[in-house]
Design a protein around this ligand. Structure first.
Ligand SMILES: [Zn+2]
Length: 219
C-alpha cells in the first residue's frame, strides 16, 4: 500500500539583491522571485525533490485558468465543462471544478492524457500524462502519473460534480503543464493501481473512454 502524502508545500523566497549588478545606469531592475516547490520523499524510492523556478525576467504570477469542454465518445451524450484555476503559478496547486451530465451512475476514472488531438475521438490520446515515468496511482499517492485525478461519481440521474484541488498539476510551462492535453472520463472506476494486473498498473483498469475534451487556456 502506498503512502498518503501531502504535496504542495510552497516556499516563496523573494530575492532582492540591490547591488552593483542590479543598478546599472541608475535604473533598478524589478525584483525577480525565486520559486521553489518541494515534493516529499517516498520510502525506498526517492529523496525529497526541489523544483526551482526563476525566470530571466519578472515572472507573470497572475492567476492562470483553463477549460475543457467535455463531449461524449460515439453515440453517448455525456456533456460538461471542467475549469482549472491555478491562483499561484507556476508552483501552486490547481483547483478543478466542473459539472458533467449524461454519465452512467457510479464511479468513473478521470485522467489527463498525453495528447489533445481529438481527430480520432477520445481513443488516440496516448497514455495518462506521465512526464516523470512513474507508475499509475491515485491522486494522493506519492507515486502517480501527473494525469491521475482519481474518480468522479455520477448520481442516478447521470450528474457528476467535480470540485477538488490537485497539488501536482500546473497550467504554465514545465513538466507538469496540462494545457493542450486531454481530460478523459472512463467507463469504469480507477483502482489506483492496486489491482495487481498490468492494466491496473498502467490505467487503474478504468476501461475505455466515455468522454473527453481538450484543456485550453481561458483568456
Ligand atoms: Zn495513470
Amino acid at each position: 500500500m502506498m503512502e498518503t502524502i501531502n504535496f504542495g508545500i510552497l516556499i516563496l523566497i523573494v530575492v532582492n539583491v540591490v547591488s552593483i549588478e542590479s543598478v546599472i545606469g541608475g535604473d533598478i531592475y524589478p525584483v525577480r522571485p525565486l520559486l521553489i516547490k518541494t515534493y516529499p520523499a517516498v520510502d525506498n524510492y526517492q529523496s525529497d525533490i526541489y523544483e526551482v523556478y526563476q525566470e530571466p525576467y519578472t515572472y507573470d504570477l497572475s492567476v492562470a485558468s483553463a477549460i475543457a469542454i467535455i463531449q461524449g465518445e460515439g453515440e453517448n451524450d455525456v456533456d460538461g465543462e471542467v475549469l482549472f484555476i491555478q491562483k499561484h503559478p507556476p508552483t501552486g496547486a490547481v483547483l478543478v471544478r466542473g459539472n458533467i451530465t449524461g454519465l452512467p451512475p457510479g464511479k468513473h476514472g478521470l485522467h489527463i492524457h498525453q495528447a489533445g488531438d481529438l481527430r480520432r475521438g477520445c481513443e488516440k490520446l496516448g497514455g495518462h500524462y506521465n512526464p516523470y515515468l512513474l507508475q499509475h496511482g491515485g491522486p494522493r499517492d506519492g507515486l502517480r502519473h501527473v494525469g491521475d485525478l482519481g474518480n468522479i461519481e455520477a448520481k442516478e440521474d447521470g450528474f457528476a460534480e467535480l470540485n477538488f484541488v490537485d497539488p501536482v498539476l500546473s497550467l504554465v510551462g514545465g513538466g507538469r503543464s496540462i494545457v493542450g492535453r486531454a481530460l478523459v472520463i472512463t467507463e469504469k472506476e480507477d483502482d489506483f493501481g492496486r489491482g495487481g494486473t498490468a492494466d491496473s498498473a498502467t490505467t487503474g483498469s478504468s476501461g475505455r473512454p466515455l468522454a473527453c475534451g481538450v484543456i485550453a487556456y481561458v483568456k
